[in-house]
Structure formats: C-alpha cells, structure tokens
Design a protein around this ligand. Structure first.
Ligand SMILES: Nc1nc2c(c(=O)[nH]1)N[C@@H](CN(C=O)c1ccc(C(=O)N[C@@H](CCC(=O)O)C(=O)O)cc1)CN2
Length: 284
C-alpha cells in the first residue's frame, strides 16, 4: 500500500480563500480584523514565522502590526505592551511569538493577554474551556490538524488516536481536540514503555516529539493515518518531521509530509482565530 499524501499547503490555501471572502464581507459592515504580533530577540526561525504571519494576514485583508524588540527587552516593558494591545480597539488578536528570551516568563506574558484576544489559544482560560469541551480559541497547530482531517473527510468518531508528545502547545491540545471529536485517545511520551506496541493499535498517529525518524514503519498499523508535527533538521540540514516518511508511506493509508503538511495549517488557523475574534467583538 502507498499512502495518500495529505497536502497541507493546498488545504491551507482553500481555507485562506474562504477567510478572505469572509473578511471582505466583514469590511462591508465597517469591521476590519486586526492582528498584533510581538517578537522579542533575534531567533532567525521565529523572525521567518513572524514575517510569514504578517504577509499572510495582509494577503487576506487582516490589519497586521508587528512589534519587534531586541533580545534585552525587559519583561516589564513587554507586559506593558501587551496591556496596551489589550486596550487597542483596532486589534482583535494578540500573539507573542515563542520562544521568548530566558529572562522573560512565558507564562506571565501569556497570562497577561486578554483571553478574548488570545488567538494562539495558549491562555489558561482558553485551555480550560477546551478541557471542558467549550468553544474557545484552540491552539493553532492541533486545531490545524483537526481542520485538515475534516477537509480530507477523515472522521475521528470512534477511532483510536495515539498522540506522541505531551507539550501544552501541541500534544495535550491535539489529544483534547481529538477527544472532543469522539476519538478514543492515548497520549504517549518519553517514558512510555513499548511505544510501537501502542502506536500499532492506532487508527490515527499524531507525532509531536521533535526527533527525526522517531516513528518508523513498524510503529504503524497498515492503513492508519499518520500526522507528522515534527520540525527537525536531518544530518544534511534538510527540514524533516518525526516520521520516517519514505518507509511509513508504504504502510500508512494517509500521511502528512514535512514540509507542506501540518506546518502551513498553523498560520492558517491563526488567521482563522483572528477572524473569529473580530466576529465575536462585532457581535457584542
Ligand atoms: N506564539 C507562537 N509561537 C510559536 C508557534 C505558535 O503557534 N505560536 N508555533 C511554532 C512556530 N510556528 C509559528 O509560529 C510555525 C512553525 C512552522 C510553520 C510552517 O509553515 N512550516 C513549514 C516549513 C517552513 C520551513 O521551511 O522552515 C512546513 O512545515 O511546511 C509555520 C509556523 C513555534 N512558536
């Protein structure tokens, strides 16, 4: 069997086109969704992601602001900036790019963002709502996985989803969102014993461990769906996921590539959440 390749780029493009139309309609009512992105420090990959967020926002008509600060910017000043953006009526979504420099507490900064503007879905209020199955802003990468499966007509109802990784940003929300879609969910992590024995029971494997070639063909039940969230560099410096793609695709029923799988959905769901925040504001 050779797996169907799930094209995240194409799905992201379709969703962005839908959002563009929705924004045009919102603009007719006098509402322009606004997104503020804050970045501290000089991590090159983070700057690339932020530039992409700015470009993607503008392409679909979102008012976009990026606030760039040097690595020695203080926590106090950053918290003040967040407060200013919380009170800015043109801004419906606020995102602080992670990771932050070590001297700044990510928790403090995330907690300072108004939950109704937390388009990253990282604030404890939004995480708590998700845990109890309520609508909220969901973390963009796992939400992107769910949207991607929906667009591919892959239902999670009654399926066994095995998530590898327990981070607050990907692993835990991916598990909770799968549960919300009536999957039976297992979370595996670095202390899990006999991982392949568990993943081989899965109808859907979501890997978010950050180790190249961690998931091999013997981890996968024939025909299973394999979602690769990893972003690693191989020995040749090439971007690759957690999954041994060439061998796993011969066993799986469907698989996401890296690049071009889950990655493009992350920024798309940020745009989606920004439009959702703007609509919620205009409904008030
Ligand atoms: N505040 C946040 N910080 C971070 C988040 C986040 O969701 N919110 N996620 C990651 C980085 N990230 C967005 O910020 C992100 C990562 C990857 C991609 C992506 O499109 N990847 C492409 C490959 C890109 C390349 O060639 O390097 C792909 O997989 O196809 C988008 C966004 C950490 N920080």
């Amino acid at each position: 069997m050779t797996a169907a390749i799930i094209d995240g780029k194409a799905i992201a493009k379709d969703i962005r086109a839908e959002l563009k139309e929705e924004i045009e309609a919102l603009k007719q009512t006098g509402m322009t969704p606004g997104l503020a992105v804050v970045i501290v420090g000089d991590d090159q990959a983070s700057h690339t992601y932020v530039n992409s967020k700015e470009r993607s926002s503008k392409e679909i008509g979102i008012h976009s602001e990026v606030h760039r600060y040097p690595a020695d910017y203080t926590e106090e000043k950053l918290l003040q900036k967040v407060e200013e953006l919380n009170n800015d009526d043109r801004i419906h979504g606020i995102l602080v790019q992670l990771p932050l420099p070590k001297h700044i507490s990510e928790d403090k900064v995330i907690d300072a963002i108004a939950p109704e503007k937390d388009v990253d879905g990282f604030h404890p209020v939004n995480v708590g709502k998700m845990v109890i199955g309520k609508d909220s802003f969901y973390s963009c990468t796992p939400y992107g996985i769910i949207k991607m499966l929906e667009k591919e007509n892959i239902s999670l109802e009654g399926k066994h989803v095995v998530v590898i990784g327990r981070s607050n940003i990907v692993g835990k929300p991916a598990a909770l969102l799968s549960l919300m879609h009536n999957a039976t969910v297992t979370i595996c992590h670095s202390r899990t014993k006999d991982l392949p024995a568990i993943t081989r029971q899965a109808d859907v494997v979501i890997s978010a461990v950050g180790i190249a070639n961690y998931v091999t063909a013997d981890h996968i039940k024939p025909g299973a769906v394999v979602i690769d969230v990893g972003m690693n560099r191989n020995d040749a410096g090439k971007l690759c996921g957690d999954v041994d793609f060439n061998n796993v695709k011969e066993v799986a029923g469907a698989i996401t590539p890296v690049p071009g799988g889950v990655g493009p959905m992350t920024i798309t769901m940020l745009l989606f959440n920004t439009v959702k925040a703007a609509k919620a504001k205009s409904a008030k």
